[in-house]
Design a protein around this ligand. Structure first.
Ligand SMILES: Nc1ncnc2c1ncn2[C@@H]1O[C@H](COP(=O)(O)OP(=O)(O)OP(=O)(O)O)[C@@H](O)[C@H]1O
Length: 297
């Protein structure tokens, strides 16, 4: 899978205060990644560094292989963002706003038509944006962000202030973008339930540091295997390279594997050692439990 974002050793100081310490993570093609952390954890600062709105104090950020500092233009051409309140012209209609930004970026008419369809603003397209609801503004801003066909979309708390219908719309749009248009998305939000619905995976940050936790992995890396608790099995798990952690609950082992699909390695080990199990099921990781464990909320 193509690496869309590669961040290594990112540090950011404001004056003498370092607010990001050695942040490193990757984002791959087609992924929706939820960016989680309490207030002041460093989410917006990381995102602003990724958009070159502020400069890293140390470390590197690559977007589609281009360094955001050394190859700024090329890196920025691959991404779009909604970081703060959408900057729209209130006296222009939605369509005029889109056309303005499109002419500025020399976007072909066919792309404009495609984006208008995607935004689905209905008659609102011909109304001044001063009259728009927040949800409509958000849709238009998303459309504008998509004009340049980005490979990466960075969204800082995009559901803030949206009513439930606006949240559903945005959710569907983001899923379509990732799965059909192959846009990778990094999205921060305090609405954990919503993040859980759209994210393939989470990156967690606290006090400017990435919190290493196996539950940041994709949802399909956690399994429950119904079987007897034995020393032999536990010894095997200790030695198995694919196993991150295991616990015994509800008549079986809850196993976290290091990469997706690596559970096969564990099952092969069982087969080799002639260890029997009754059943295996995938466990969905509950984001609220994960958050409480990570941040002791
Ligand atoms: N321009 C700035 N000057 C000084 N300190 C700043 C600046 N911007 C952010 N900070 C500090 O950096 C830290 C991280 O802030 P940041 O906004 O990145 O957190 P966040 O995770 O996005 O929080 P929230 O969820 O509240 O939006 C905080 O301690 C904040 O006070």
């Amino acid at each position: 899978m193509e690496k869309i974002v590669e961040i290594k050793g990112l540090c950011k100081k404001f004056g003498k205060t370092e607010v990001l310490h050695d942040v490193s993570f990757d984002i791959y093609e087609d992924e929706i990644v939820g960016f989680i952390g309490p207030n002041g954890a460093g989410k917006s600062t990381t995102m602003k560094c990724m958009c070159n709105l502020i400069f890293p104090s140390a470390g590197t950020i690559k977007i589609c292989g281009y360094d955001i500092v050394k190859e700024r233009e090329k890196a920025l051409a691959k991404q779009s963002s909604l970081i703060e309140t959408p900057g729209l012209f209130p006296n222009l209609t939605g369509k005029e706003n889109i056309e303005y930004f499109a002419s500025y970026k020399k976007i072909p008419q066919s792309k404009i038509e495609e984006i208008i369809q995607f935004m689905n603003l209905g008659d609102g397209l011909y109304r001044r944006t001063a009259k728009y609801s927040l949800g409509m503004k958000q849709r238009l801003a998303l459309g504008i962000a998509l004009l340049s066909d980005p490979k990466l979309l960075i969204l800082d708390e995009p559901t803030n202030g949206l009513d439930p219908a606006g949240v559903f719309d945005l959710r569907n749009q983001l899923k379509t973008l990732a799965k059909e248009k192959h846009v990778s998305i990094l999205v921060s939000s305090h609405q954990l339930g919503e993040l859980e619905k759209i994210s393939d995976r989470y990156i967690c940050i606290n006090k400017g540091k990435i919190v290493e936790n196996p539950k940041q992995m994709k949802n399909d890396s956690c399994y429950h295997i119904t079987m007897k608790k034995t020393e032999q099995v536990e010894k095997l798990m200790e030695q198995a390279a694919s196993v991150y952690s295991y616990t015994y609950q509800e008549n079986g082992y809850v196993i976290l594997v290091k990469e997706n699909h690596k559970i096969q390695d564990v099952l092969h080990l069982f087969q080799k050692e002639q260890i029997e199990y009754e059943d295996i099921t995938k466990k969905v990781i509950d984001i609220e439990t994960m958050y409480s464990e990570l941040y002791e909320a």
